[in-house]
Every structure is written in C-alpha cells, then in structure tokens.
Design a protein around this ligand. Sequence first.
Ligand code: FES
Length: 82
Amino acid sequence: MKTVTVCVGSSCHLKGSYQVVQSYQKLIQTEHLEDKLTLKASFCQGKCKGGIAVTFEGEYLPDVSITNCEQVFRERILPNLD
Ligand code: FES
C-alpha cells in the first residue's frame, strides 16, 4: 500500500487543496486503487511557497494546483503503484 499526502494547512487550503483531496478520492475510486493507494491529509509540510504540497511515498511533488492535479496523479503516481 502506498500513500499520497495532500497538505490541508491554511496556505495550501487557500490554493485549493480541498479540491485536490476530492479529485484524488474520486480518481482512487474510478481507477479502483483502493487496495493500492491511501490518501491522507496533512498539516503544513513547510512547503507553502510552491504549489499545493503533495507528497507521494514521502517524495514532494512540485507545483501541484487544482488545474494540474489530475495530470500529476496520472503521470507521477499512477505508474508507480505496482
Ligand atoms: S500550508 Fe501546505 S505546506 Fe504549508
């Protein structure tokens, strides 16, 4: 089981992290990843200056936004789940 963590601290919240959480929840369902990927929310990860702070298996994924979060999921997370 792998883990993706989305920051819901105040700075990331203002950038739309809640929408990223919802988008990733939906993707986990539609791609049937419930057995492979856990979605977690975190408090501030100390990366407030970039995009919304998302980490996959502890690796920080830079420049995530509401508009590119699905693309990031498909390119950076989905291929690395097996
Ligand atoms: S609030 Fe998300 S990294 Fe600081």
